[in-house]
Design a protein around this ligand. Structure first.
Ligand SMILES: Cc1cc2nc3c(=O)[nH]c(=O)nc-3n(C[C@H](O)[C@H](O)[C@H](O)COP(=O)(O)OP(=O)(O)OC[C@H]3O[C@@H](n4cnc5c(N)ncnc54)[C@H](O)[C@@H]3O)c2cc1C
Length: 405
């Protein structure tokens, strides 16, 4: 065969469609019975497939400089054009792109319709176990050995379905001379140390998470879920991309600002705010002053941790105890000890090092005519359509890059 794309997910489909539109014979190999299975679970079934503000600062990778050469303005615009060209009408909410139908299946359908119209053959139920290269590539599958002139690897990661097939491909790429940057679950819930989690489990709120180390400073603002093992929610998932690789070495400390939605960032600002509120609403206890600001379960827990009895008036609270309470409101300390499994993760961190990829074409610098795209690479996006966005974008570059000269 001329060109084989391994993996019919977001990146593989975009590569194959662009290749076929260029008149190049291409075949897709897919281990499942359908294309784009993972697309169906994205964005809670609505598929947040791109973001208006698509820049490399929303990604982690061991080589951010090179990533900037992949995520260029031209590539971003070309990706938007491509998505329009397969018929996707966007609904854009705060910069997040969804299909207007708000149904992930309609993205899968649009891709499949284009694949059918272009008559791109797909080998379903075909798992690639190994790739070798002599003059041409030999692709060892559970069905047969397929020879190909050009291979595009678009096999994604083991996140969510936690099957071994994407890892088998990474091993093969390693055997072909590539470096695999360490793989961890990404966009994943974080486990923490504490004996009070039963009391805050189930609370959802907006907050700011902050992590400061010698080399890294990361702050994330948004939806947070307090759970019986620690924290979840979009804020947590985004922070996990920074924290998870560090947790291999040791626990890490973060802080939570529960008053961030009120633009209160310090103990003094919190004190001033509550003193004023106490004046505006006399005859209320501290917990009553926090009504409609915090979930009462969280207020009760913060009072308990500061050893302040429920229903105490602010003026009656000892300064030290009030200070502890105010500090916990704006800078609640949390020791992160671990993270949930691949099954809970939306993506995998790590993958093929992008220093080994030609950023103009996505061709491997180690193996001629081998292209690598999507999540198989060491490129991990935040929540907000960045991971699917990178899959389409890198697939598009490879689709344009094959047989360029
Ligand atoms: C619950 C959940 C929600 C998410 N929500 C969003 C979101 O809203 N927005 C966003 O941008 N991203 C989201 N993501 C992440 C996004 O889905 C992935 O980053 C993206 O699908 C990666 O695209 P890909 O083409 O690299 O890999 P995939 O889409 O995973 O495609 C890889 C394909 O290769 C096939 N394959 C793998 N190994 C083999 C093999 N050995 N032989 C043959 N075939 C093989 C797989 O079956 C699969 O079809 C979410 C992920 C999850 C799990």
């Amino acid at each position: 065969m001329k060109v084989v794309v391994i993996g019919a997910g977001a990146s593989g489909l975009s590569a194959a469609i662009i290749l076929k539109r260029r008149g190049i014979d291409v075949t897709l190999i897919e281990k499942n019975k359908q294309v784009g299975k993972k697309i169906l679970v994205t964005g809670a079934g609505k598929c947040n497939y791109f973001n208006e503000d698509f820049r490399s600062c929303y990604f982690t990778s061991s080589d951010k400089m090179r990533l900037e050469n992949i995520i260029t303005k031209e590539h971003v615009e070309a990706t938007k054009d491509f998505l329009r060209s397969i018929g996707i009408v966007p609904k854009i909410k705060n910069g997040y792109y969804y299909p207007s139908s708000l149904k992930a299946i309609s993205i899968q359908n649009s891709l499949m319709t284009e694949v059918k119209n272009l008559q791109i053959p797909i080998l379903y139920d075909t798992t690639v176990k190994r790739i070798t290269k002599d003059k041409h590539f030999s692709i060892y599958t559970n069905q047969e050995v397929i020879e190909a002139e050009v291979v595009v690897v678009a096999t994604g990661s083991r996140a969510y379905y936690d099957t071994e097939e994407p890892s088998m491909i990474l091993k093969s790429l390693e055997d072909l001379g590539h470096t695999v940057m360490p793989i961890y679950p990404g966009l994943v819930q974080l486990e923490a140390k504490g004996d009070y989690f039963k009391e805050w489990a189930g609370i959802r709120l907006d907050a700011r998470l902050s992590f400061y180390s010698k080399d890294i400073q990361k702050e994330v603002v948004g939806e947070l879920q307090l759970t019986d093992y620690g924290i979840s929610g979009i804020c947590t998932l985004i922070l996990s991309n920074t924290l998870v690789p560090l947790l291999k070495e040791k626990n890490e400390k973060i802080t939570i600002n529960f008053l961030d939605p009120l633009h209160i960032y310090s103990v003094e600002e919190a004190r001033e705010y509550l003193v004023q509120r106490n004046k505006d609403l006399p005859n209320r206890s501290l917990d009553e002053l926090l009504d409609t600001i915090l979930d009462y379960k969280l207020t009760n827990l913060l009072l308990k941790l500061a050893k302040i009895p429920l229903h105490t008036k602010m003026t009656m609270i000892e300064k030290e105890k009030l200070d502890v309470f105010l500090k916990n409101l704006v800078s609640f300390p949390l020791t992160i000890t671990g993270f949930k499994s691949y099954k809970n993760a939306q993506i995998c961190l790590g993958g093929i090092a992008i220093k080994e990829i030609n950023t103009n074409t996505m061709e491997s610098k180690m193996v001629e005519n081998l292209y690598i795209v999507g999540e198989a690479l060491d490129v991990s996006g935040e929540c907000g359509g960045y991971n699917l966005g990178f899959a389409w974008l890198s697939g598009l570059i490879a689709g344009r890059g094959v047989f360029l000269d």
